[in-house]
Design a protein around this ligand. Structure first.
Ligand SMILES: [Zn+2]
Length: 149
């Protein structure tokens, strides 16, 4: 029997499938930049994830996670670096994990909130059953809490 919550989940999955986009050459390059970031800093413990964020002007900012009890994710470091450099318009972001950044990973819950707040229109590259695809960051956090004024 279909419950209200399973209907919401099904609707959300269908909505996201409709909003998934194939990757461009620029997106493949962005994944490579994220891989470079983690390859150059991977230590198997404190720095295991790399992220790369492409701005609308084409500039790319990267970051690695800073593991701690209240550490920062690689996406947050990349976004913070971009903002520190004056960027405010973002196009696509990706995070990868592993010594060679071999695994494309989805954003954690906290990052989904940050992406939703700062760049809901920005595309996030995620791994799907059909391979890596991209969708608007805002699509990854339905019924989001609004923290921005
Ligand atoms: Zn995160």
């Amino acid at each position: 029997m279909e419950t209200a919550s399973s209907l919401i989940v099904e609707t959300w999955i269908r909505y996201n499938q409709q909003n998934m986009r194939k990757l461009s050459e620029k997106d493949l390059k962005l994944i490579e930049e994220a891989r470079k970031a983690v390859k150059n800093n991977y230590d198997g413990e404190l720095h295991t994830v790399g992220a790369a964020l492409r701005c609308k002007n084409g500039r790319i900012y990267t970051g690695v996670n800073i593991y701690s009890i209240h550490g920062a994710c690689a996406e947050q470091i990349a976004l913070g670096t971009a903002i520190t450099n004056g960027e405010r318009e973002f196009e696509t972001i990706v995070a990868v994990r592993g010594r060679d950044g071999e695994e494309i990973i989805p954003p954690c819950g906290n990052c989904r909130q940050i992406l939703h707040d700062y760049m809901p229109e920005c595309r996030m590259i995620i791994q799907t059953q059909g391979g890596p695809m991209k969708t608007k960051a805002g699509n990854l956090l339905p019924f989001a809490y609004s923290t921005m004024p």
